[in-house]
Design a binder for this molecule. Sequence first.
Ligand code: DI6
Ligand code: FE
Length: 401
Amino acid sequence: MRCDRVWARARLATLASGRPGLGEVEDGCIAALDGRIVYAGPAFEAPVFEAAEVIDCEGRWITPGLIDPHTHLVFGGDRAHEFELRLAGASYEEIARAGGGIVSTMAATRAASEDALVETALSRLDALIAEGATTVEVKSGYGLSLEHELKSLRAARALARRRPVTIRTTFLGAHTLPPEFAGDADGYIALVCREMIPSLAAEGLADAVDAFCEGIGFTPAQTRRVFETAKAHDLPVKLHAEQLSNLHGAALAAEFGALSADHLEHLDEAGIAAMARAGVVATLLPGAYYFVRETKLPPIEALRAAGVPIALATDCNPGTSPLTSLLLTMNMGATLFRLTVEECLAGVTREAARALGLLAETGTLEPGKRCDLAIWDIERPAELVYRMGFNPLHARVWSGL
Ligand code: DI6
Ligand code: FE
């Protein structure tokens, strides 16, 4: 078999669907041609390779490249001072009233040039890449005007030209109400639907559309308008749902065939059933749960029982999850949410790919997929979930290189 590169003498966690556990292969190898996997499996079953390069992995573990399916990586400024105020006892509302909170990030994002947004996002992206990430979703949502939402999405697209990584962009214009629309959320949603979505769709700037359906965000009726407009432009949808209260956003997302519903601490049985029927992925965000010191757990056992696929993401954002580590996200998924090692690893690979509509492209080690690999200096896969603040990445491969 002709190929460009072979990774030999490796232990594989293929995560292939339909295989038990992690799809482990003790003595395995992977071959790539033109950036695609052409073989991944046991060495003894492998064809004879005619390879330009053979890499001896010396028994290291290879997993699919990690995938972060929910981030707000592009934003201006930071909120470290607000964190200090909160430590000193100030509430989120007090900080917001004093001009802080999400609106302060909006102001800093509007003030930043596209280049400046790219540079600050790159520092966060590099942290994810350093731990083996090969695909990262990036949302807008801190511009909150036509000009600044388009600028944020262009900055997100630019990241893929600056680093060897796949970037999926999501338009989150319906994140929060900008001050100029105070008291007129319907007016702002009309702007989102009549101007923002058509403009970004025309420029091909977004791969999906998201909204924050919440008491402090937008109502289900407003979210529905955003989803209808997205559908009219052939854009898949996803939703920040049931984070702080239960507005039945997950069921609404399911009605629109959403890729995922995210957060879900307050999700109920009807929402779970709707997600299961529609094949909506539950993207859980343990970093946000941890950082805001939430105590209500997402209904993990019921999600499992219903067969809803579970993905994990950093939710990297300056307000509620300043987290740029998928390894720590997995550890939090296990310690805080009681997910198994297998669920955590699947959550940042196969199920994360599913949550982005990319399962045919990446997320498992299977022939035909893009050759996105993370090669680890570990003795067993559980180490990736178990250790904290430790990065055993040996090498990362994106698109075969
Ligand atoms: N959910 C959240 O918790 C954040 N956004 C969202 O959709 C808050 C983001 C921020 O405070 O900057
Ligand atoms: Fe989020």
